[in-house]
Design a binder for this molecule. Structure first.
Ligand code: NAD
Length: 481
């Protein structure tokens, strides 16, 4: 079967495909390295065209009844589900992630977001505040034009997670996917149009960081939602501040997973693998610092090595494959450098290693210490560091001794301890006896350097809207003049 995945054109502006006027952007299938599409970046003028189209269309969209806006999003979710197989395949070609993942995690989670926010749209109401005669009522109104900027690990999910709450609230969006994975967002634009979205409400521009920067600083943009690294987040947040724009920053992490010696060993090992090797480890919330209580540390490492040895690595389009290639040669090189660093720092390689070509196998380091580079820095690849600990207080203190705070996990059969530790961990999401589950019903986002704002759940509505107070005077004006 051909892997050719050329879209009709590179950009989607004002309800139509448009060819980009900027530099060429080759799209590679990470498994073979073959070029599967050749796109062009937007020019800065095309970015301006997209934001202008969005600004022109947005008031009409916001003026619709919320139930009408919601219906469009729910229809888009249905179309995604009808085309599930085609979309999963495209996501695998764009990212290299195994088809067994893209069938269940990527577009399906995007469809959930469209359905959830489509249903939520008509439930958003204001408040009436009585003042004994006079009163105030509040209106939760759209911000206007929102910019969405995505990372390459979950490109279509990210596009949906940003578009769904933005559009539900009556905003328009200009979305720039990662230059590594530009294809899914164009599909989303097509699907939304088919579902009845008016032209100009969801636009896609392509490009590297400079085009993202042009989008962030466009005077028509009222809000920027970025999923990316901390370094990019700091730059984009600062640029957004110039125009006092709203921001949501979904950034990186170095999340802890704490396994107490009363935990189910099998579940804890399974969760640690999910928390490090799913999507070849390219997940922001991964629990890459696995703290294991001394009593079960040897058994944990033995069972982990046994299960890791059975992971099926290979062709991502083969349904049996559990571990695919890394998204790009540059990212694979960065991960290999990190593995080398771990070895040089004296951590013990339990399994895995640098691998070859596009593949880095699931890799586990033991005898790691908190000050090692591999334990402090986000690697964004399939590299787990296992650290021993003695007491609960020690584990919590070491887990929190990081500038990041995206996620955390705790495995224990002691309920009180589970909740106590979850409360003490500095993280936007903490799982007890689970890991990396991010249902649309629950808020998701980081604390500390991992970001600001929340995606998913009703909380996301607050980040795509602003409150207006309307004071109603019911009597005469009591002026002292
Ligand atoms: P990245 O920061 O390199 O790029 C992210 C996006 O920002 C890309 O679309 C890029 O083109 C754009 N960009 C770069 N410079 C810009 C600028 N100056 N102005 C505007 N846009 C700019 O990140 P990446 O390598 O694509 O993704 C990996 C990172 O994303 C990891 O750190 C990971 O943890 C993080 N991530 C976070 C979440 C989350 O929800 N918290 C989810 C996925 C990935």
């Amino acid at each position: 079967m051909s892997h050719f995945a050329q879209p009709a054109a590179s950009l989607y502006i004002d309800g139509a495909f448009v060819e980009g006027a900027g530099a060429e952007l080759a799209v590679h299938y990470p498994y073979t390295g073959a070029v599967i599409a050749t796109l062009r970046e937007a020019s800065p003028e095309q970015v301006a065209k997209a934001t202008a189209a969005a600004a022109a269309a947005q008031p009409g969209w916001a003026a619709l009844r919320p139930v009408e806006r919601g219906r469009v999003l729910i229809r888009a979710a249905q179309i995604i589900r009808e085309r599930a197989e085609e979309l999963a395949r495209l996501e695998t070609l764009d990212t290299g992630k195994p088809i067994q993942e893209t069938r269940v995690a990527d577009w399906p989670s995007g469809a959930d977001a469209l359905e959830y926010f489509g249903g939520l749209a008509p439930t958003v109401t204001g408040q009436a505040i009585p003042l004994g005669g006079d009163f105030v009522y509040t209106i939760r109104e759209a911000l206007g034009v929102c910019a969405g900027i995505g990372a390459w690990n979950y490109p279509s999910q990210i596009a949906c997670w940003k578009a769904a709450p933005a559009l539900a609230m009556g905003n328009a969006m200009v979305f720039k996917p990662s230059e590594e994975t530009p294809l899914g967002a164009l599909k989303l634009a097509e699907i939304l149009t088919e579902a009845g979205l008016p032209a100009g409400i969801f636009n896609v521009v392509q490009g590297r960081g400079a085009i993202g920067s042009a989008l962030v600083t466009d005077p028509r943009v009222a809000k920027v939602s970025l999923t990316g690294s901390v370094a990019t987040g700091q730059r984009v947040y600062a640029a957004a501040a110039e125009g006092m724009r709203h921001v949501t920053m979904e950034l990186g992490g170095k999340s802890p997973l704490i396994v107490f010696d009363d935990a189910s060993l099998e579940d804890a090992v399974g969760a640690a693998m999910l928390a490090n090797f799913y999507s070849s480890g390219q997940i922001c919330s991964n629990g890459t610092r696995v703290f294991v209580q001394q009593g079960i540390l040897p058994a944990f490492l033995d069972r982990l090595a046994e299960r890791v040895a059975k992971v099926r690595i290979g062709d991502p389009l083969d349904e049996e494959t559990q571990h695919g290639p890394i998204v790009s040669p540059a990212q694979a090189a960065k991960i290999r450098e990190a593995i080398e660093r771990g070895r040089a720092e004296g951590a013990r390689l339990v399994c895995g290693g640098p691998g070859e070509g596009a593949f880095v196998p699931p890799t586990v380091f033991a005898d790691a210490s908190d000050d090692m580079w591999i334990v402090r820095e986000e690697i964004f690849g399939p590299v787990m560091s296992v650290l021993g600990f003695a007491t609960e207080a020690e584990a919590v203190a070491r887990a929190n001794a990081s500038p990041y705070g995206l996620a955390a996990g705790v495995f224990t059969r002691d309920l009180a301890r589970g909740h106590r530790v979850a409360a003490a961990l500095q993280a936007g999401t903490t799982w007890i006896n689970a890991y990396n589950l991010t249902p649309v019903e629950a808020p998701f986002g980081g604390v500390k350097l991992s970001g600001i704002g929340r995606e998913n759940s009703a909380a996301a509505i607050e980040h795509y809207s602003q409150l207006k107070s309307v004071y109603v005077g019911m009597g005469g004006v009591d002026a002292p003049y």
